[in-house]
Write a protein that binds this ligand. Structure first.
Ligand SMILES: Nc1ncnc2c1ncn2[C@@H]1O[C@H](COP(=O)(O)OP(=O)(O)OP(=O)(O)O)[C@@H](O)[C@H]1O
Ligand SMILES: [Mg+2]
Length: 601
């Protein structure tokens, strides 16, 4: 499979496999080299070093044998000789054993050294024979001189020969060791060469693989990055090379699809932008038209709003005027009615009153007569005549039956009460007449502040028990008025305030000139006027007070008087918190100049 068509994952796996292969090869080569080095080392040890060591040992043993022999020669003591012979036998056995091994089938010696070894063995045998057969018997027999001579002979003939052969063999073994060490170095360097070669080849192959993969991957990644930069810069007709079957080829293919889609979208977007620009222009124009229309609409709306407000105001004024007119008409018709009733009652009450006086006079006369009859009765009784006595008895019985004493006693009360009642009717009729403007209406120039203070003095007797009085009266306040009538108005309002305070409270009287008018305010913190009766308080005979305590004419008369003075009278009240009556008059004497309406609730 060519490298270019492989996926990046497969490429990386291939690099990994090659690495593993070379690693295994290096390990195998290393192990083989170590194995062969171990063999060579073993060989050197067994074939050269061990044999040399044996030879050296043999040589040492022989030295010991010679030394023992010399000792035996020097001492010449037979006891000591036994001992030496025993040691010699042990050493001799060891040397024989060594030769047997060196020349035996398991010998590791080089075959070339075999003749020398056999020579050494023959020399040893000869040495042994001379020693055992000749020197030692000579010593036993005490022939020390012979023994020394014999020993010198074998020293020169056998021992030295033996030593020279052993030295030659040792030299031979040294040469062998040098050769084996050379072999060992050669094997080592061979292994190293293999190792280096395999490593180098592996490295080169890996390098080639990695370079090729990274070069192809980075070249294609660079192409993709370039493509992306161009797309970022707004260039959408970019095409990347899609050849190959790896991830980057797939990435390039999806990049190409994406740019194609973006290119299409861009075309559509350009079209939309053009359309939007056109419609934005149109919208702008429409918007300007709409703004103009809205401004016009706003202006007309404002006008409409102003008109509506004016209409509302006019409507409210009209409603107020209508209410005032209805009220004025109602009061006027009540006034007419009251005037008629007053007139009708006035005449009969006039003669009832004068007749009552006359009748009272008559009754008093009758009383005087009855008193005189009483005296006559006493006189007749004293005379003692029967006829007179029975007459007196009859009269007394009749007196009792008719309850004359009681009648005489009560008649004066009856007349008194009837007179009070008639006076009351007369005052009501007078009030009705005043309400109907039929009373005195002459006016004079006077100070309204003085008039108010005088009224307070008159009311003081009733006021002081119920309320604390607060006054704020500006002086002087001159105006053309009927001071008696206005005094009556203020008195009624102050007394109403006193009567509205349940236990103890405060009454405030204020009077000032304000914007061409004189304003009088009388307030109390009494029970207040419930809203449902506030419209009725100015009507004649409307009262909430018990029978006999109020006629309900006070405010009706006040209303009539204020109206006569071209003034207004208003009431503000909150049930449970108190009431304020506000009366205004035109200031100064020009009363005709102002055509004020009378009442506002
Ligand atoms: N300051 C006030 N506080 C509470 N109610 C009041 C006050 N002034 C007047 N009124 C109410 O108005 C009604 C009418 O008063 P108006 O003065 O006309 O008649 P009156 O006081 O009842 O009787 P009169 O004045 O004839 O003695 C009163 O009965 C009372 O209910
Ligand atoms: Mg009253």
């Amino acid at each position: 499979m060519p490298l270019d068509t492989m996926s990046i994952r497969k490429k990386l796996l291939a690099v990994f496999a090659v690495s593993v292969f070379f690693l295994v090869a290096v390990v195998i080569v290393g192990m083989t080299a170590i194995h062969s080095l171990r063999d060579v080392t073993n060989r050197i040890y067994e074939e050269t070093f061990l044999e040399s060591y044996r030879l050296m040992e043999l040589k040492g043993d022989l030295e010991d044998v010679r030394r023992l022999l010399l000792t035996a020669l020097i001492t010449g003591d037979s006891a000591r000789l036994d001992e030496i012979e025993q040691d010699l036998a042990t050493l001799t056995a060891a040397i024989d054993d060594a030769f047997a091994q060196m020349l035996g089938p398991e010998s590791r010696f080089d075959p070339e050294a075999r003749p020398a070894l056999e020579g050494m063995a023959a020399t040893w045998r000869a040495f042994k024979a001379t020693r055992d057969d000749e020197i030692l018997p000579a010593l036993r027999e005490g022939r020390v001189g012979d023994a020394v001579e014999l020993a010198r002979g074998i020293q020169e003939q056998r021992y030295n020969k033996f030593i020279s052969i052993a030295g030659a063999l040792v030299e031979h073994e040294k040469t062998e060791t040098a050769l084996a060490t050379h072999d060992l170095a050669a094997s080592f360097w061979k292994a190293m060469a293999w190792f280096a070669t395999i490593s180098l080849v592996g490295l080169v192959i890996m390098l080639a693989l990695v370079t090729s993969i990274s070069r192809s991957v980075s070249a294609r990644l660079r192409a993709i990055a370039d493509g992306l930069s161009r797309v970022e810069a707004g260039e959408f007709d970019v095409k990347l090379d899609e050849s190959g079957d790896d991830e980057l080829a797939r990435l390039a293919a999806s990049f190409n699809r994406m740019t194609a889609q973006l290119y299409e979208d861009r075309l559509i977007q350009d079209n939309y932008v053009a359309l939007l620009r056109m419609s934005a222009q149109e919208t702008k124009e429409k918007n300007a038209e709409l703004v103009a229309a809205r401004d016009e609409l706003k202006a007309s709306n404002r006008e409409l709003h102003d008109t509506v407000q004016e209409l509302k105001r006019a409507n409210t004024e009209l409603a107020d005027m209508k209410a005032q007119m209805i009220h004025s008409e109602k009061m006027a018709s009540i006034g007419l009615l009251a005037a008629g009733v007053a007139h009708e009652i006035n005449n009969p009450i006039g003669f009832v009153r004068s007749n009552l006086n006359t009748l009272a006079e008559y009754v008093r006369n009758m009383e005087t007569l009855i008193e005189r009859y009483g005296e006559m009765e006493a006189e007749l009784e004293r005379s003692g005549r029967d006829s007179s006595l029975s007459l007196i008895e009859d009269i007394r019985t009749l007196k009792k039956e008719l309850d004359i004493d009681f009648i005489l006693e009560e008649s004066s009360h009856v007349f008194e009460e009837t007179k009070v009642g008639i006076d009351r009717v007369v005052s009501i009729v007078k009030g009705l007449k005043e309400f109907a403007h039929e009373g005195e209406s002459g006016t004079t120039e006077c100070d309204l502040a003085r008039c108010l203070k005088n009224t307070i003095k008159i009311a003081w007797h009733q006021l002081k028990h119920k309320a604390e009085l607060v006054t704020d009266i500006e002086e002087p306040l001159p105006m053309e008025c009927n001071p008696q009538q206005l005094g009556q108005v203020f008195l009624n309002i102050i007394l109403n305030a006193v009567q509205a305070i349940p236990e103890r409270g405060r009454i405030t009287v204020r009077c000032r000139a304000e914007q061409g008018r004189i304003v009088v305010e009388i307030s109390d913190d009494g029970q207040g006027i419930p809203a449902e009766i506030r419209d009725k308080i100015f009507e004649p005979f409307f009262t909430t007070k018990p029978v006999g305590q109020g006629t309900g004419l006070g405010l009706a008369i006040a209303y009539g008087i204020v109206k006569d003075h071209r003034g207004t009278i208003e009431v503000e009240s909150e049930a449970g918190r108190g009431t304020t009556f506000r009366i205004t008059f035109p200031a100064g004497s020009d009363m005709q100049a102002l055509d004020a309406d009378c009442v506002h609730h």
